[in-house]
Design a protein around this ligand. Structure first.
Ligand code: KMH
Ligand code: ZN
Length: 271
């Protein structure tokens, strides 16, 4: 079964002080995405930073970043509406107005490391409805079992369209711990026909990405999720992390999806 690989070059937390190769500016992000695409990624999960490298939902920065990516490669752009812990929900949700093919939808508020990730129920429902209107496919980021139930309620309310696409996020402090057992529990509870991938944060990234692929899930790779290739060895950039995920998929006899195949597998319609 074909695996879709997503490159996640920059997240909301790490800075260039943590990893000098972290892409933060639009040109850097576009270059990292193009390298990830060349290494086998069909989807790019995008967080934006302002000129001071702080997370931002600025629409001009988003537009410029998307344009620069599109100039370089046909990767499917998935904007993060998580953006960063200090960015107000109203700014975050406006990003879908740029009509990326996909965007994340975080269904619940939670503690997130030492901060707070605010996803108020009325805002989540409004964002889900708007994404449906615009034809922007939500990637449902679930960090705990109750988050899956919240998504199923959105489906009942017809705010989501099947096939649902989940990221099972493991290892965020405030969400599920990064254990194989937690992953199995979540996979067992997914609705029939759901598409899913593992997002394994930090040390367990390699192991849980491999388990996810072995179980038939898709995979995500990049500096958003881990700054290391293996213990004590910083990843030289995003492309080596994508290449590692591709190698895992191939070792498990799973071909890697190109953009066309990924569009079909993820149930992306016309916009
Ligand atoms: N880094 C993820 C675990 C999103 O992109 O929508 C959380 C996140 C959410 O960044
Ligand atoms: Zn993200």
């Amino acid at each position: 079964m074909t695996a879709v690989i997503t490159v996640a070059p920059t997240g909301p937390i790490a800075t260039k002080a943590d990893h000098p190769g972290l892409p933060t500016q639009p040109e850097e992000i576009a270059a990292a995405v193009a390298e990830g695409y060349a290494a086998g990624a069909a989807v790019a999960h995008i967080h934006l930073r302002d000129e001071q490298d702080r997370p931002t939902a600025d629409l001009d920065v988003a537009r410029r970043t998307m344009d620069l990516i599109r100039e370089r490669c046909p990767v499917l752009i998935q904007l993060s509406t998580g953006v960063g812990l200090d960015v107000p929900f109203a700014e975050r949700e406006a990003l879908v107005e740029l009509r990326p093919r996909m965007a994340t939808l975080n269904p619940c508020s939670m503690s997130f490391g030492t901060g707070e990730f605010r996803n108020p129920p009325d805002g989540v429902r409004r964002l889900a409805a708007r994404m449906r209107e615009l034809g922007v496919k939500p990637e449902l980021e679930i960090y705990d079992t109750g988050h899956l139930d919240a998504c199923l309620r959105l489906l009942d309310e017809q705010l989501l369209v099947e096939p649902l696409q989940f990221s099972i996020v493991l290892g965020v402090r405030g969400g599920m711990a990064a254990t194989a057992q937690n992953l199995m529990t979540m996979v067992d509870r997914l609705p029939e026909g759901a598409v899913w991938q593992v997002i394994a944060i930090g040390r367990a990234n390699l192991r849980l990405t491999a388990i996810g692929l072995a179980l038939g899930g898709n995979a995500r790779a990049g500096l958003e999720d881990t700054l290391y290739l293996r213990k004590g060895e910083p990843a030289p950039g995003n492309a080596p992390l994508v290449s590692r995920a591709v190698a895992l998929a191939h070792a498990l006899d799973r071909p890697v999806a190109d953009v066309g195949r990924a569009e079909a597998l993820l149930g992306l319609g016309e916009q």
